[in-house]
Structures are given as C-alpha cells and as structure tokens.
Design a protein around this ligand. Structure first.
Ligand code: DP6
Length: 336
C-alpha cells in the first residue's frame, strides 16, 4: 500500500542577502532578498520519501545518518504539507507515516546553501507524494528561510511580506535563467568544514546586538530595486557592484554583532583582493564575489571570463600550496 517519490533541488546563491528574522517560528525575514538558482549538474540535494501504513513513525536520514524527526523545522514542513493534504479531503496518505532520506552532493553546513537545497527538496518531494499543489515557497520557507528561493529557477526574489501570518512572505521568479544565458558562477571551496556559528544563531545575535543592522534595513530596499533593474537590463557592472557591496555589508554587520561573528578567512580576503585587482586590470568590473555564512567564495562572471579567472585562481591558489587553507578550486556552474 506504499508510495515512494524521489526529487532533486538546486542550490541558490544570494546577491541580496537574507540576514535577520522578524518571526523565528514562521521564519519571516526583516528584509527581502534575491538570488540566482544554480543548475542541478553540480550542487544539489536529493530526497526520497516513502509512505506506508506499515511504518510506525516518521523517520529521517540526512546524508546517511538518522536524525531526530522532532526537529521543529522538519515538523513545521510535515505538518503544513499534511494540513494542505487534509484540505483536499482524500484520506489515506495523511495518516501514513513517512521515511525521508535526504542527501547533498556537496559539503553540508559550510556556507554552501545546503539547508536551502535540502528543505526545498524535502518540501517538493513531500508535496509530490501527497499530491499537494499550490505555492510551495511558503512551506519551504518554514524549513529554512533561504530554501524558499530554491523552489524556483533563474533569478528569484523573496519578498519579506508585511503580514504577521507570513502568507505574503513568498518567493517569486523575476527572470528565468535563459534571460541571461552568458552568466556563470564559480564556486571556490576554501573549506569544507562545518561553520562555527550557524546562520540561524548568527542572525539572531545580529538582530539583538548590531547597530549597523538598522542602517542595513534602510538600504536593502534600494539595493533590491537597483538589482532587479540590473538583471532585467543585463547590466553586469551594476549587478556585480551591488553583489559585492551586499556581501561586504553583510559581513560588516556580522563583525558588528556582539560577540562578533567571523565567516571570512584570510583566504576569503585574498580572493576579494584578487577579484578587485582583476577588475582594475580590465578597467571594467568583470567579476563579482559573494560570501554566505562561511569562507567559500561564489564568483559571478560572464562565460568569456571563466577560463582566465580559473587560470588566476589556480595560479594564486595552486592545489597543495602552502596557504593555511589550500582547498580552493573553481568550477563553472550555469544557472538553472
Ligand atoms: C547568509 O536560510 O540558512 O546564506 O532561515 O535560519 O534556516 P534559516 O537561515 P538560512 O540563512 C541563509 C543566510 C545567508 C544569506 C542568504 O542565503 O540570503
């Protein structure tokens, strides 16, 4: 009497960062954010869900290890999908327990958006299994904020929304990936170690203690508006400048958090300097960096610059070199 479903979901890389919640339970952000969703060839999450009346309990395995299903975020997602299923009014699977297996093909919790792909994937797979349609970004958001953006491909805006029940805090596509086919992303893996301070905890402390955060909340709406226009106009220079300023402001706010939160390392800072030196040499902004809650760099650039930039990365960070963290490699990733 069982059913099974397997799906994959991609990673997204924010160019306008989400950092700070106005509601911890519903996961409602203090500002809107914007990202590009990657193609699924390289970094993705894969989830299989089986439902059966033989199962006594809901159970979950993450990257091969059983985890507690009582995790409140997993419960939020399961409850919401089952509530939507019950509304449809057909019975069975709502009472059936599920076994969920989820895995990433890239380092987990190293600031590479693993929770985004993971929750987007879990929500999508559960929705397929239960035959639930409708807006899924609202459900994915309740697993992990950034996950709501991985529900769509291309360039995606997560609108912060106004309502206290979160029904208007949704992701929407602002342009499909083929709108800007020459755009590429290089992921430079500086470290695949788990981050010291998780995003959830880090952003809580920032909201509670950072004075600069007030200023950030004022400027993000302008950044977002300019970014949407830059994407629509395929204006790489503006897109790149705002991407780098956003990343730098986000890490400045982390430093202004008390006690401070450090995600960038010396290697991350060398990458920042390398990008600015390259742009100066080209007399034009041709590459942008952005860093999430970890030391790994994501570079946005045009296809025509990929070979030269990968050459530079290999020159400055040769495999096995004597930098403290020498695990730097680049791979071009296309948008979904
Ligand atoms: C720095 O979505 O991981 O990557 O909602 O608490 O699960 P929770 O946080 P999470 O935060 C991601 C923060 C970021 C920026 C971004 O992706 O916009």
């Amino acid at each position: 009497d069982g059913k099974c479903c397997t799906c994959r979901a991609p990673v997204n890389i924010a160019v306008i960062k989400y950092w700070g919640k106005r509601d911890e339970k519903l996961i409602l952000p203090v500002n809107s954010s914007l990202s590009a969703t990657l193609g699924m060839d390289e970094l993705h999450a894969k989830t299989s869900v089986a439902a059966s009346s033989q199962f006594k309990d809901d159970r979950i395995w993450l990257n091969g290890k059983e985890e507690s299903v009582s995790n409140p975020r997993i419960q939020n997602v399961l409850k919401e999908i089952r509530r939507r299923y019950a509304q449809k009014g057909d019975g069975d699977s709502a009472v059936m327990k599920v076994h969920i297996c989820s895995e990433n093909n890239f380092p987990t919790a190293a600031g590479l958006a693993s929770s985004a792909a993971g929750y987007a994937c879990m929500v999508y797979t559960l929705a397929r299994l239960y035959g639930v349609d409708g807006e899924l970004s609202e459900v994915a958001r309740q697993g992990s904020g950034s996950a709501c953006r991985s529900v769509y491909g291309g360039f995606v805006l997560w609108e912060k929304g106004q309502r206290s029940d979160g029904t208007d805090s949704l992701a929407k596509q602002i342009a499909p990936a083929d709108h800007w086919p020459a755009l590429r992303i290089l992921i430079l893996v500086v470290s695949d170690q788990k981050k010291q301070v998780g995003s959830t905890e880090g952003m809580q402390t920032t909201v509670a203690t950072s004075e600069l955060m007030q200023r950030r909340i004022e400027v993000v709406p302008q950044h977002t508006e300019q970014m949407i226009k830059a994407i629509k106009d395929r204006d790489f220079e503006t897109f790149a400048r705002i991407t780098m300023q956003e990343s730098n402001q986000f890490h400045a706010v982390c430093l202004d958090t008390y006690p401070p939160v450090f995600y960038l390392t010396d290697t991350s800072r060398l990458i920042i300097q390398m990008v600015h030196a390259y742009n100066t040499m080209c007399e034009k902004t041709r590459v942008a960096y952005t860093f999430d809650a970890g030391p790994n760099a994501c570079l946005y650039l045009m296809e025509e610059d990929v070979a030269r930039v990968v050459g530079l990365v290999n020159h400055f960070f040769p495999p096995g070199s004597d930098t403290s963290e020498n695990f730097v490699r680049g791979r071009p990733v296309t948008l979904l």
